[in-house]
Design a protein around this ligand. Structure first.
Ligand code: FAD
Length: 365
């Protein structure tokens, strides 16, 4: 029986898994192809405060801004969701990675950077260690072991602008199928002086860079184009469907995080689901090694906790993807008239539509 673990990928999911495995006394090696972890920063870092607390990371030094709400725009209509208390933090993703690395090393994991794992190397590693595929949306672990099979991707493009920001307490989301087909565009104040502008489009619709520059040409971005100083720009990819298979019991391989498509299909946020899955996977590995329990217990636990939320997110995503900007604008008018702005401000939950539905029915937090 294998008694050690090899985590492929030192993003947040891989490092959280490694920290937990090492805490449980499992000999753990983490490999990442990057010499400088988390660089370049291709993703945003808006994470719910409740979700962050569930990951038990000492994340505070990575906080660059705090958000109280979101403004949802479509066809000149706006829904302003605002809470009286902080809802989410914006985190410096590179710093968050550093903290996760420090925590996993302090727990006893060995983090090896600048080492790209090839498909041949996977067979060798797999002879002696349980493999955790935490190698992102284009996982070679998933491909090599015939797992995964993520059916839907969003292509993204984002840039940061240095500028003066009037209200840094909320994020703006823009829905328009002609500009961001299948997803949305956003303005996120990363801090009081740095505005991130980004866009996602369904991978069927081609080029996210072209979509980004089309969005930058709209009135929504006029102020940013005219007064902001661009600092950098990056393309990336978000998997928005969970992989069909996330455990191979026979080969002792597990997928976590983006490699498993553990992402909210509405917004593309993956840190909370991926981080919690990482801890569940580590616990299942421990139970497998110490008490011969099946690794599949990880998949069962993940589904029990997140399957309903992921289904509701996917439903909401399918709905808004089909609507035109005018259609979403009309929905905003209706929802505002029904008092949803203030309801969501008070009872909303970024991660769990299941919780929002429950609160709608009971009007209790
Ligand atoms: C534009 C954009 C905005 C986003 N905004 C948010 C947000 O606001 N909030 C949120 O929660 N989520 C957000 N996400 C999603 C979030 O970034 C991901 O869900 C999260 O990074 C997944 O972490 P991970 O550790 O699973 O994978 P990754 O972060 O992709 O890490 C995978 C690691 O594996 C390494 N690797 C890959 N192949 C190999 C190999 N062969 N050998 C060795 N190492 C390898 C890579 O170098 C990388 O370090 C966003 C994503 C994008 C693209």
């Amino acid at each position: 029986m294998k008694t050690s673990a090899a985590v492929i990928g030192a993003g947040t999911s891989g490092l959280i898994a490694a920290r937990r495995l090492a805490q449980l006394g499992i000999e753990t090696y983490v490999y990442d192809q990057k010499a400088n972890l988390g660089v370049p920063v291709v993703a945003s870092g808006i994470i719910s405060i409740n979700g962050l607390n569930s990951l038990k990371i000492g994340y505070k030094p990575a906080v660059t801004n705090t958000l109280f709400g979101a403004n949802i725009h479509a066809s000149n209509k706006v829904m302003r969701i605002k809470s009286n208390v902080p809802v989410a933090h914006v985190l410096d993703r590179q710093k968050l990675n550093e903290i996760c690395k420090e925590e996993s090393e302090a727990a006893g994991a060995h983090v090896i950077t600048g080492k790209k794992i090839t498909e041949n190397a996977l067979d060798e590693i797999g002879n002696s260690s349980i493999i955790v595929g935490a190698d992102g949306p284009l996982s070679i672990v998933a491909r090599h072991f015939g797992m995964g099979g993520i059916s839907k991707y969003i292509l993204t493009y984002k840039a940061e602008f240095e500028m003066s920001i009037e209200n840094s307490g909320s994020v703006d989301l823009f829905f328009d199928n002609k500009i961001a087909p299948g997803f949305f565009a956003w303005h996120c104040p990363n801090s009081e002086k740095i505005m991130e502008v980004g866009i996602g489009i369904d991978s069927k619709h081609g080029n996210s860079k072209a979509a980004f520059y089309k969005f930058m040409g709209t009135d929504f971005c006029k102020d940013i184009s005219e007064t902001g100083k661009k600092l950098g720009e990056h393309a990336s990819i978000i998997p928005i469907r969970t992989a069909k298979k996330i455990v191979d019991e026979g080969k002792e391989v597990l997928l976590i995080g983006d490699a498993a498509g553990q992402v909210k299909p509405t917004t593309g946020g993956g840190i909370i689901y991926g981080g919690n899955a990482a801890m569940m996977a580590a616990n299942a590995i421990y139970e497998h090694v110490k008490n011969s329990k099946p690794l599949k217990d990880y998949e069962k636990k993940f589904k029990r906790k997140y399957a309903t939320d992921i289904r509701l997110h996917a439903l909401a995503h399918a709905l808004y993807s089909k609507l035109s900007a005018k259609g979403i604008g009309r929905a905003i008018t209706l929802l505002n008239a029904l008092g949803m702005e203030s309801f969501l401000g008070e009872y909303g939950d970024m991660d769990s539509p299941k919780t929002i539905l429950k609160r709608m029915l009971t009007r209790k937090k």
